[in-house]
Ligand binder design. Structure first.
Ligand code: NAD
Length: 475
């Protein structure tokens, strides 16, 4: 069992002020795989003070120096790929191939997107006779979730480092191991003491302490809408900037003229990472004339989705992250059945032959109507809800009938319709015909999906203040 009770503060590993241990559970085995400590106010204060002290000198370094250190971090991240992937496999139940490719790879993917964005990012530029400057906002608290651990850490820490901010990372207490490995990498890369700090803790403790802390200039948060609201309230008294990436309930509009793989692709996407992605296409809304076929195709795709151990290579899905999530998902499947949706594949309980681990059956419901709970609530498990529409206007209306607005999906071979509908749906991202986003493209949502835009130029800008200087024109 791994013992990682220390925090990374001011360039060294330090013991927590008070002993407050928490077991980390491997969701595939339900066994304790590690023990960490949860920090309290004194640990939070020490980390924030270290970041505050380190800020002036770090903000004053040249961009070249910061880029060189980030590139060194990239090399270390490449060299320690197996350690990082194994940490994510254990802590959040990603099958090893997913951990080593998608989960691990998201880190370098975002890092490269930020380096590219720097080519056109202007830290100082002229606007008439005025001079505009982008300056680092200061000390940033980064509060991250468990579902894409390194994806989130890289989306926050890398741009903050590049623009000259200092930071305190509080990873999810459910999946803290990858962030501990990340802190080791930051240490090895040789960032100056205090630039990057990491304190483990839960939301009520270190999470709210960071959100309310008077010496923190910004909170960058990814996680549930519930926590996003709590953080915004805690941050309000100090009027710090709060950047939020929250939940989603993405619609996947399948028009009658969609390509023949559209439904299967949508199911695979929904089930990926055991359905634990905020941008998952969890509501498939199909044009009436294609509806009956779509149900059969979705059933086949769900039944072909293998569920298996995280240690085995392959494209199967693993467990969901915790007993709490498992029970929540079971409850929502039960509600789907009770409210009258048609269960097409999967259902309650573990997949056949499995009696341990938080494994959920890949589940598809059809005849889901907008009043049903499974149409409205984010399930965060491998559960797809299928509905039908008659007209394009109704498709748009049903897509927008949600408090969320992260990613919507459109499947049609009619180019004009694709663009027309993409313009009308209310979400920060629209993906069409299975074409993924490029790196550096902004990630974020409308409404209760949050207010931030992470990645590339937008992600760099999030960690900056803008200053206008007059009377000192640029040459
Ligand atoms: P969560 O909100 O419970 O926890 C996320 C993080 O917030 C953890 O580090 C947790 O300790 C902390 N936290 C919890 N309550 C807090 C509080 N009151 N104050 C400060 N910090 C607090 O979410 P989760 O269960 O870890 O993650 C799943 C959720 O995250 C899903 O709803 C999902 O849609 C969302 N998510 C969104 C995105 C996005 O980019 N939009 C990405 C990943 C996950």
């Amino acid at each position: 069992m791994i013992e990682k009770r220390q925090f990374y503060i001011n360039g060294q590993w330090v013991n927590p002020v008070a002993a407050n241990d928490l077991n980390v559970i491997d969701p595939a085995t339900e066994e304790v795989c590690a023990v960490i400590s949860l920090g309290d106010q004194a640990d939070t204060d020490a980390a924030v003070a270290a970041a505050r002290d380190a800020f002036p000198a770090w903000a004053d370094t040249s961009l070249q120096e910061r880029v060189a250190l980030v590139k060194k971090l990239r090399d270390i991240y490449m060299a320690r790929r197996d350690d990082m992937s194994e940490a994510m496999r254990m802590e959040m139940g990603a099958p090893i191939d997913l951990a080593t490719n998608g989960q691990w790879g998201s880190g370098t993917w975002h890092l490269d997107g930020f380096l590219e964005a720097l080519d056109s990012f202007e830290f100082e530029y002229a606007m008439g006779a005025d001079r505009m400057r982008k300056e680092p906002i200061g000390v940033c608290a980064m509060i991250t979730p468990w579902n894409w651990p390194m994806n989130q850490v890289f989306l926050k820490a890398i741009p903050a480092l590049l623009v000259g901010c200092t930071m305190v990372l509080k990873p999810s207490e459910i999946a803290p191991l990858s962030s501990i490995v990340f802190a080791e990498m930051m240490h090895e890369a040789g960032f100056p003491a205090g630039v990057f700090n990491m304190v483990n803790g839960d939301g009520i403790g270190v999470g709210s302490q960071l959100s309310a802390h008077p010496d923190v200039d910004m909170v960058s948060f990814t996680g549930s809408t519930r926590a996003g609201i709590a953080i915004s309230k805690a941050a309000a008294d100090s009027l710090k900037r709060v950047s939020l990436e929250l939940g989603g309930k993405g619609a996947n509009l399948v028009f009658a003229d969609a390509d023949e793989k559209a439904v299967k692709r949508g199911v695979i996407h929904c089930m990926n990472n055991s359905g634990q992605s905020c941008n998952a296409p969890t509501r498939m809304i199909v044009e009436h004339s294609r509806y009956a076929d779509a149900i059969q195709e979705a059933k086949a795709a769900a039944e072909a989705t293998k569920v298996g151990p995280t240690t085995e290579p392959g494209r199967h899905i693993g467990p969901v992250v915790s007993e709490l999530q498992f029970n929540k998902i079971q409850g929502l499947i039960e509600t789907g059945i009770k409210e009258g949706a048609t269960l097409v594949a999967g259902g309650l309980g573990r997949p056949e032959g499995m009696n341990k681990g938080y494994f959920v059956r890949p589940t598809v419901f059809a005849d889901v109507t907008p009043d049903m709970t499974i149409y409205r609530e984010e399930i965060f498990g491998p559960v797809l809800a299928i509905s039908s529409f008659e007209t394009e206007a109704q498709a748009v209306q049903m897509t927008n009938d949600t408090v969320y607005g992260l990613t919507n999906y459109i499947q049609t071979q009619d180019d004009e319709k694709r663009l027309r509908v993409a313009r009308q749906v209310r979400s920060g991202m629209v993906e069409t015909n299975g074409v993924g986003r490029i790196n550096g493209s902004p990630f974020g949502g409308y409404g209760q999906s949050g207010n931030g835009r992470e990645g590339g130029t937008w992600g760099l800008d999030e960690f900056c203040e803008t200053k206008a200087i007059s009377g000192v024109p640029m040459a």
